[in-house]
Design a protein around this ligand. Structure first.
Ligand code: MLT
Length: 398
C-alpha cells in the first residue's frame, strides 16, 4: 500500500500567497467594476532592463545556430555566471571561488531543497513572523521547529538566547518586516552558530535594497560566517526575474559538519551531489541574461529600477506617517510592515481594505503568530498605482 508523507497533513491547506490570490479572484468576480490595486505578493512590475534582454536575444540566436547551440549545461551553472557572481561579492570585500556558487532557478527552490542535506532529527530555529517557505518545508520533513519572537520590543530583529537549535533561518533585509541586522548583531548569530555547530541558512534575497553602507549585504562580511552559513540570493527582486527565474546559493568550502562516525563532510560536496542528481541547471539563455545583470551597465540599469521602487516605498511611508500609523521597513527593504489601525486583526484589515478601497496587501498573520495585528505592503507596483492606492488609503483612514 502506498503511503503519503503524512507530514503534509500538518500544513495549512494552501500556501499564503495562493490563498490571497484566491480571495482577490473571488472579489474581482463579484466586483468587476472595481480597479483592484495589488500590493500583496512581492512581484515586480518593471520589465527586464535592456542590457539583460539584449544578452538574452544574443543567447537565443546562439541556441538557434548549429555552431553555437548548447545542450545540457553544468548543473551548478555556467562558469561565466558563477565568475560574475564571484566578482559581485568581491566588491563588498567577500572572497569566494566559483566552486562555492551554485546557480538555480531562484532562492525559494533552494531554501526548500537545502533541507535535503539535513537529518530529520535537527531542531530548526525560525524567527516569527517569517517567509512561510522556511516553516512549510521543514514541516514537510517532520522536523521540530522552535520559534523565535520578532516583535516591536526587539525591533523585529530577534537575537539568540539559550535555544537548542541546529539549523537557523535568518532573512535580512527581512521578509516580511523590512528590518535589517547590523554587523554586530550578525556577529552574535555567527558566534552562536559556531559554538553550537549549527548551520545558518541566510536569505539575502533583498540585499540589493540596502542603502545604508553600514549594514551588511552578505553574511560572509562577518568573520567566521564561512564556517557556519549558507547564503541564498535571487535576481527576482534585484533585477525583475520573478518570472524569468534565476538565483544562486553560496556553500563555502569551509563549511564542514562532523558525522556520526567522526568523518568530516563538506556541505559544498553534498549540495553538489544533490544538485547533480535532482537538477539539470538553469537554461543557457536565462544565465546569459543573469550574467548581464552583473555587468557595469546592467548594474546601472537595475539600480535605476530599484530607485523607482524605493520612491514607492517612500510614498507609502509618508502616507503612514501622516496617518500616525507605526511601521518598519521601506528604507533598506521593498517591504513596509505596518501596524493595523484601530486594533484590527490582520485578516480583518485585509478584508476592510479590499472591500472599501480595492487595495490588496498581505495579512501579517500569514507570516506567523507574531504577525497578527500587522500588515505588509510592497513597493513593487507602478508609481501611478502606488500613489492611487495611498490616496485611497489616506481617505479611508484619515
Ligand atoms: C513575497 O511576497 O513574500 C515574495 O514575493 C515571495 C517569494 O519571493 O517567493
Amino acid at each position: 500500500m502506498a503511503r503519503i508523507n503524512e507530514n503534509y497533513l500538518n500544513l495549512m491547506e494552501s500556501y499564503l500567497f495562493s490563498d490571497i490570490a484566491k480571495r482577490v479572484h473571488a472579489f474581482c468576480k463579484q466586483h468587476p467594476e472595481q480597479e483592484v490595486i495589488r500590493m500583496g505578493i512581492g512581484d515586480v512590475t518593471l520589465p527586464l532592463v535592456p542590457r539583460v534582454t539584449e544578452a538574452m536575444h544574443r543567447a537565443v540566436d546562439e541556441m538557434g545556430s548549429k555552431d553555437t547551440f548548447r545542450g545540457y549545461g553544468p548543473e551548478q551553472g555556467y562558469d561565466f555566471l558563477r565568475e560574475a557572481i564571484v566578482s559581485y561579492y568581491d566588491r563588498i570585500g567577500v572572497g569566494l571561488t566559483a566552486g562555492e556558487v551554485f546557480v538555480s532557478d531562484g532562492a525559494k527552490s533552494d531554501v526548500g531543497n537545502i533541507t535535503d542535506l539535513f537529518g530529520r532529527e535537527n531542531t530548526v530555529l525560525i524567527p516569527d513572523p517569517v517567509y512561510p517557505v522556511y516553516v512549510d518545508t521543514n514541516l514537510m520533513n517532520g522536523r521540530k521547529i522552535v520559534y523565535l519572537d520578532a516583535n516591536e520590543q526587539n525591533g523585529f530583529l530577534p537575537m539568540p538566547g539559550d535555544e537548542q537549535a541546529d539549523i537557523i533561518y535568518l532573512c535580512s533585509p527581512n521578509n516580511p518586516t523590512g528590518a535589517v541586522y547590523t554587523r554586530e548583531q550578525l556577529k552574535v548569530w555567527v558566534d552562536y552558530a559556531i559554538r553550537r555547530h549549527a548551520v545558518i541558512l541566510f536569505d539575502a534575497a533583498y540585499e540589493a535594497f540596502i542603502t545604508d553602507d553600514r549594514l551588511p549585504r552578505s553574511i560572509y562580511e562577518i568573520e567566521g560566517a564561512k564556517r557556519c552559513a549558507i547564503e541564498f540570493c535571487s535576481l527576482s527582486k534585484t533585477a525583475g526575474f520573478t518570472g524569468t527565474r534565476c538565483g544562486y546559493t553560496v556553500v563555502p568550502m569551509e563549511l564542514v559538519l562532523t558525522v556520526s562516525d567522526g568523518q568530516e563532510i563538506t556541505l559544498n560536496k553534498l549540495w553538489n551531489r544533490r544538485q547533480t542528481t535532482k537538477f539539470n541547471g538553469v537554461p543557457y539563455i536565462i544565465q546569459r541574461g543573469a550574467e548581464a545583470v552583473f555587468s557595469e551597465e546592467g548594474q546601472k540599469q537595475i539600480r535605476e529600477n530599484i530607485a523607482y521602487y524605493r520612491a514607492n516605498a517612500k510614498t507609502i511611508g509618508n502616507t503612514l506617517t501622516k496617518l500616525g500609523i507605526p511601521f518598519t521597513g521601506g528604507v533598506n527593504s521593498p517591504y513596509i510592515w505596518m501596524k493595523c489601525p484601530n486594533g484590527m486583526g490582520s485578516w480583518e484589515f485585509f478584508d476592510f481594505l479590499l472591500e472599501n478601497i480595492a487595495v490588496v496587501g498581505t495579512p501579517g498573520a500569514g507570516f506567523g503568530r507574531n504577525g497578527e495585528g500587522y500588515f505588509r505592503l510592497t513597493s513593487f507596483g507602478s508609481i501611478d498605482t502606488t500613489e492611487e492606492a495611498m490616496t485611497r488609503f489616506f481617505n479611508l483612514l484619515k
